[in-house]
Design a protein around this ligand. Structure first.
Ligand code: SF4
Length: 56
């Protein structure tokens, strides 16, 4: 079950629109996230995505 009071100090994140964003700091509240890409040949950070994102 999601616990947004939890802060995972290993995952900094500034995406406040995500349901898993910790409300009190710029961290993710999940224990683990999935990172992937929407590109066939990623070349920069904008090519990568947090695939655990869920809209609030
Ligand atoms: S799931 Fe991804 S986008 Fe959402 S708070 Fe965690 S790291 Fe950020």
């Amino acid at each position: 079950m999601m616990d947004q009071e939890n802060i995972n100090p290993s995952i900094e994140c500034s995406v406040r629109q995500c349901a898993y964003h910790a409300p009190k700091a710029n961290y993710c509240s999940l224990d683990c996230i999935q990172v992937g890409t929407h590109e066939s040949d990623p070349t920069k950070e904008q090519c990568t995505d947090c695939q655990s994102f869920m809209r609030k």
